[in-house]
Design a protein around this ligand. Sequence first.
Ligand code: GLN
Length: 231
Amino acid sequence: EQVLAAEKTYTIATDVTFPPFVYANADNKYVGIDMDLIKAVAKEEGFKVEIKPIGFNAAIQAVQAGQVDGMIAGMTITNERKKTFDFSTPYYSSGIVMAVKPGSGVTKLTDLKGKKVAIKTGTSGADYANSIKKKYGFKTVTFDDSDNMYDDVKTGNAAACFEDSAVLEYGVKTGLGLKIVTKPTNTGDYGFAVKKGANQELLAKFNHGLAALKKNGTYDKIIAKYTGKKA
Ligand code: GLN
């Protein structure tokens, strides 16, 4: 397909390891639902994207600082974030679950008393853990990306982590080596985000493109490709 010189390029920040939404494949290319989606939207709407895989919290900061035009990173639409971001129409939904090392004996929230729990900076999973840590008597240890958070649980330093169910369910299926022990809670929608009041043209293009992809079957294909599930 011919790319027109007039096509605008938007810089889009994303996470580094958040499969099936964004992750580096064996060829060190960033793939996943979010990557396919933003690229398909760009194609549909006639713009180009430059992906910046910088980590979730770094992406939040970069959008707020105006260093990038938007972000797509399995980001949950929350009322708190709506104060500083404008979100697209939702494209996926996920809750938050607790995961442990299989065989560790930790199977429920009350088992966390006096233990350390791994969380990822700036995420809704971290917010959730912080909201219950007093009640269940655990301490938190923070990480910038999901991989390092999982490793802390796998090595036994942390007793558990809190992470999006959509990501951990995929992880369990693909041999991550963690076990989900709670039902999903605080379910929310994922959205593409721009800084509040900025890049409204990009946001409108995303919404318009997403609607078209939902209509023409591309959206369903992308979801099925990475999850094996119907959207
Ligand atoms: N959905 C979670 C959030 O928005 C986690 C996102 C992520 O870690 N990439 O906070």
